[in-house]
Design a protein around this ligand. Structure first.
Ligand SMILES: Cc1cc2nc3c(=O)[nH]c(=O)nc-3n(C[C@H](O)[C@H](O)[C@H](O)COP(=O)(O)OP(=O)(O)OC[C@H]3O[C@@H](n4cnc5c(N)ncnc54)[C@H](O)[C@@H]3O)c2cc1C
Ligand SMILES: NC(=O)c1ccc[n+]([C@@H]2O[C@H](COP(=O)([O-])OP(=O)(O)OC[C@H]3O[C@@H](n4cnc5c(N)ncnc54)[C@H](O)[C@@H]3O)[C@@H](O)[C@H]2O)c1
Length: 463
């Protein structure tokens, strides 16, 4: 028996799941909310909010440098990284306060400390003062997220290795930033620091950047980054790193053409993330984990232990705040007896916040081929969109994958200015199950980027 009992315990306070404990408390449940770090989790403190705030600074620098293209005179552009960091810190502090201000509720106890399962429905919490509390609850929701995967190559212990959190605390610009990983984090920081003024090299083990995307999308992203002066090495496996003197370091990478050495002043590891499940000891509760430590759940987000649920990144699969938020919707519905919601057939959108953005939803062309689906593919360069021409933002393209039999839109990639917003228009069409001709013939305002969707889908009739 635990010392104290609650109706529900939620472990972790993410941006996605922030309303679940509040809603449950409002509905009369006695709720314990446990957090070992800052309120709000990764998104607010070290993920979406700070990165997108800094991406905005990088874009301002980029646009200032492009002034002459628009007939605007500017002087030499330089970036004050400490001021960028201040803007970021203020944004994070505001988001954190906003979270905290919503928490006080009758029936909701926020407990600061680290949770660890001691049995199927009991959790011990290690408190900051060194004490512990043991709490039991018939319903437990795990929302403990992920953290950066540690770099283990030879020499990694002997040089400073930055991760996605510590790089945002730099006060001075790296002279040459080497980035390991060509995923979301590597690309967003790579372009950001290039625009701040650093030399940047991205080292990617895979044969392409953004390995989940179609080849043409990955290739175009690589072209965009190279055009901005970033060195992109693909099929390049980091082997060892060592000090090179003068505060520099030397990375040795294996490539199909042999060994290659890259010297830089800073090293960022962005090679993926691992679940926060060690300290939690879910195995003590009998909760089944996948081979790589993520918590296994069914479509109702229930773990192998009835009454114990997992939401957000800790359950593996696509890791985005809006999915954590949708997990909250599902759990709210099911735990408050408002119906039976599930993750089945969930359309997953995401946006990579490089500039121009990559907005993505649904199936890629490759996934459609793997499923032997009969599809048609529409593609339009952004340089064919009048709004993009007028605003001088013509890089990239739009692409949609259509079911050849039903005319339904299966997926889309919009690599272009405001690509995330344009992708969302296509996502809404998918949610409404509109056949592609409805998009080809819709009356969209001239001259918006959305108007390009007419041209994109009309191109199928010209094929
Ligand atoms: C640099 C970066 C940029 C990102 N940008 C975006 C973006 O633009 N858009 C997007 O959708 N997603 C983005 N993400 C991903 C997004 O941040 C995550 O998908 C989201 O935060 C997942 O939320 P979550 O519910 O898994 O919980 P998390 O936000 O991971 O929070 C988990 C919480 O649990 C706490 N915790 C862990 N273990 C314990 C324990 N044993 N006891 C008590 N508390 C514990 C942690 O302290 C943490 O506060 C980004 C991520 C990173 C790293
Ligand atoms: N805009 C967004 O929504 C956004 C932004 C940032 C992060 N995130 C989330 O955070 C998660 C983690 O991002 P991430 O970029 O760290 O992971 P990722 O899995 O997206 O990319 C990691 C990349 O590193 C490569 N890699 C692996 N080991 C390597 C090594 N030793 N050396 C060089 N390259 C190596 C992989 O091939 C892969 O392409 C993402 O899955 C995403 O869900 C989302």
């Amino acid at each position: 028996m635990a010392d104290e009992s609650y109706d529900v315990m939620v472990i972790g306070t993410s941006q996605g799941g922030r309303f679940l404990p509040i809603d449950l408390a409002k509905a009369g449940r006695k709720v314990a909310l446990v957090e070992r770090g800052h309120l709000g989790g990764v998104c607010v403190n070290s993920g979406c909010t700070p990165t997108k705030t800094m991406v905005a600074s990088a874009r301002a620098a980029h646009q200032a440098r492009r002034g002459a293209e628009y007939g605007v005179r500017t002087g030499p552009v330089s970036v004050d990284l400490a001021a960028v960091r201040e803007r970021k810190r203020a944004m994070v502090a505001g988001a954190r306060e906003n979270y905290a201000s919503r928490l006080p509720q009758d029936g909701l106890d926020l407990i600061e400390g680290e949770a660890r399962f001691t049995g199927p429905k009991t959790v011990e919490i290690a408190l900051p003062d060194g004490g512990t509390r043991e709490i039991g609850a018939p319903v437990i929701v795990i929302d403990t997220g992920t953290r950066p995967r540690q770099l283990t190559i030879s020499g990694a212990q002997s040089v400073p290795v930055l991760d996605s959190t510590s790089i945002m605390e730099l006060g001075e610009l790296p002279e040459h930033l080497i980035i390991l990983g060509g995923g979301y984090i590597g690309l967003e920081f790579g372009q950001m620091f290039r625009r701040f003024g650093s030399e940047v090299t991205i080292v990617q083990t895979g044969p392409r950047l953004l390995m989940r995307e179609d080849d043409d999308v990955s290739d175009e992203v690589a072209t965009l980054l190279r055009d901005e002066g970033i060195t992109v090495l693909t099929s390049a496996t980091p082997e060892r790193v060592e000090e090179a003197g003068g505060g520099r370091m030397r990375l040795t990478v294996r490539t199909p053409d042999g060994e290659r050495r890259v010297e830089g002043s800073h090293l960022l590891s962005a090679i993926g993330r691992v679940p926060n499940t060690e300290a939690l000891t879910p195995v003590a509760a009998g909760i089944r984990l996948s081979d790589n430590g993520f918590i296994e759940v069914d479509e109702y987000l229930e773990t192998s232990v009835p009454g114990v649920y997992a939401m957000g990144d800790v359950k593996g699969g696509p890791a985005f705040t809006h999915l954590s938020f949708d997990d909250y919707r599902i759990l709210r519905t099911n735990l408050l007896g408002q119906g039976k919601a599930s993750t089945r057939d969930r359309i997953v959108p995401y946006t990579v916040f490089i500039d121009p953005q990559l907005g993505r939803v649904g199936m890629t062309e490759r996934q459609a081929a793997e499923q032997n689906r009969s599809v048609r593919v529409a593609k339009l360069p952004m340089s064919a969109v009048i709004r993009a021409l007028e605003t001088g933002e013509t890089r990239g393209f739009m692409k949609a994958v259509i079911d050849a039999d039903t005319q339904q839109i299966l997926g889309a990639a919009v690599l272009g200015t405001e690509g995330g917003e344009i992708m969302t228009i296509i996502q809404v069409a998918m949610l409404g199950e509109l056949p592609y001709p409805a998009m080809a013939n819709a009356v969209f305002t001239h001259p918006l980027l959305a108007e390009g969707l007419n041209t994109l889908f009309m191109s199928l009739d010209a094929q």
